[in-house]
Design a protein around this ligand. Structure first.
Ligand code: ATP
Ligand code: MG
Length: 326
C-alpha cells in the first residue's frame, strides 16, 4: 500500500484553509493509502510560542483532526517532537543540502524579511520537513500550493542522498487539490488565509463560533462588479467564496455560478455563511466529544510507537550508508 503523510504546525488555531488544503485531502485518501498525520510542533518553534498555549494547542490539533474525519483506525497519528529520531535524521539530511537551495525557499525569503532577528530554524526547517516526509517512505504529501516547493526540496535531497550513498529514500511527490490549493484571507483576498495571521477578521478558525463565522463571511471583501463569477484576477473575493462553498457543499464552481446568476452578493454570502456555519457546527460537536477523552492519549501512544520504530530503522540505515558504524 502506498503512503501519504501530512503535518500542520501549531502556530495558531487551525483554519478553514488548513482543512481544505491538507486535512480534507487526507480524509479523502485515507481508505486507499497507509496514512500518517502529525502535529508539526517542532516547526512551530521557528518563531516564539508561549509554552502553555503551545501545549494546549497541540492537543486541540489532534482532537480537531479526528473531528474533521481523520480516522484513528486508518491513520498513524502522532506528535512530531515525541519522535526524537526525526531531529537526528534531519541533521544528516542537512549535510546533503546546500545553503543556496535552503535559502532559495520562498517562505524563508518572505519570513526572514519580516523579522531581522529570524532564527536559524527558519532556514533549516524545510530540511526537518524533508526528514518528516522521508523517514517513513512517503509516496504522496497532500499540501496546499504554498508547501509545494518544500516537498520538492525533500525530493531533491532524497535523490542526492541516494546518488551519494545508495538507495535509501523513496522519492515523494506533493499532492495538490486543484481548487482547494489555496484558500485566501476573507479581508485581503490576494493573500493566503493563515493561522498565524494577526488580524482574525479575514481568517476562519475551526474553533470560531458559528455566529462569528457567519459574520466574517458576510463582511468578506468583494468588489463592485455585482456578478457571481469565478475570476481570480478581477474578483478575488468572490472567487475565494466560490471556492470555499464549492468544496464544502460538494458543488462545482460552474453549478454555483449558474445557481446565483443575476442574484446579489448579499444572497450569495448568506448561502456561503450557512454552508460554512453548518460545517463548523458539525465538526465542533465532534471535537467537544473527544477533546477530554482518554482515547486521545491511547491514539497518540500507538501513533508515536509506530512512528519511532520506522524512524529508528531509517536512521540506522542512513548511518550505515554514511559510514557511521563501528
Ligand atoms: P502559518 O501561518 O503558521 O504558516 P498555515 O495556516 O500556513 O500557518 P501550516 O501549518 O503552515 O499552516 O500548513 C499546514 C498545511 O495547510 C499545509 O499543507 C499548507 O499547505 C496548508 N494550508 C495552509 N494554509 C492554507 C490555505 N490558505 N489554503 C490551502 N491550504 C493551506
Ligand atoms: Mg504556512
Amino acid at each position: 500500500m502506498k503512503k501519504i503523510l501530512t503535518g500542520l504546525k501549531p502556530t495558531g488555531d487551525l483554519t478553514l484553509g488548513n482543512y481544505i488544503g491538507a486535512i480534507s485531502q487526507m480524509v479523502k485518501l485515507q481508505d486507499e493509502y497507509e496514512s500518517f498525520v502529525f502535529v508539526a510542533d517542532l516547526h512551530a518553534l521557528t518563531t516564539y510560542q508561549n509554552p502553555d498555549e503551545l501545549r494546549q494547542r497541540i492537543r486541540k490539533f489532534i482532537a480537531m483532526y479526528i473531528a474533521c474525519g481523520i480516522d484513528p483506525k486508518k491513520n498513524t497519528i502522532y506528535i512530531q517532537s515525541e519522535n526524537e529520531y526525526l531531529g537526528n535524521i534531519s541533521y544528516l539530511l542537512e549535510c546533503s543540502t546546500t545553503y543556496g537551495e535552503a535559502s532559495r525557499m520562498i517562505q524563508f525569503k518572505e519570513k526572514s524579511k519580516q523579522n531581522a532577528n529570524f532564527s536559524v530554524g527558519l532556514l533549516t526547517y524545510p530540511i526537518l520537513m524533508a526528514s518528516d516526509i522521508l523517514y517513513c517512505d512517503t509516496d504522496l504529501v497532500p499540501v496546499g500550493i504554498d508547501q509545494k516547493q518544500h516537498v520538492e526540496l525533500a525530493r531533491n535531497i532524497a535523490e542526492r542522498f541516494n546518488n551519494k550513498y545508495g538507495y535509501t529514500f523513496k522519492l515523494p511527490e506533493p499532492f495538490i487539490n486543484s481548487n482547494g490549493q489555496k484558500i485566501n484571507d476573507l479581508k485581503y483576498p490576494d493573500k493566503k488565509m493563515s493561522k498565524s495571521e494577526e488580524n482574525p477578521n479575514g481568517v476562519i478558525s475551526l474553533f470560531d463560533s458559528v455566529e462569528d463565522v457567519k459574520s466574517k463571511i458576510k463582511k468578506a471583501t468583494t468588489d463592485s462588479l455585482n456578478n457571481i463569477h469565478y475570476d481570480k484576477e478581477n474578483q478575488p473575493g468572490i472567487s475565494n467564496l466560490l471556492n470555499i462553498a464549492s468544496i464544502l457543499d460538494n458543488a462545482s464552481i460552474e453549478e454555483l455560478e449558474n445557481r446565483f446568476k443575476g442574484k446579489g452578493y448579499g444572497e450569495f454570502k448568506s448561502y456561503v455563511a450557512d454552508v460554512v456555519g453548518n460545517f463548523i457546527e458539525k465538526i465542533q460537536a465532534k471535537y467537544n466529544e473527544i477533546i477530554n477523552s482518554k482515547e486521545l492519549d491511547e491514539i497518540l501512544d500507538a501513533g508515536i510507537k509506530k512512528s519511532r520504530e520506522l524512524a529508528r530503522e531509517k536512521y540506522e540505515l542512513m548511518k550505515e550508508r554514511m559510514g557511521l558504524i563501528r
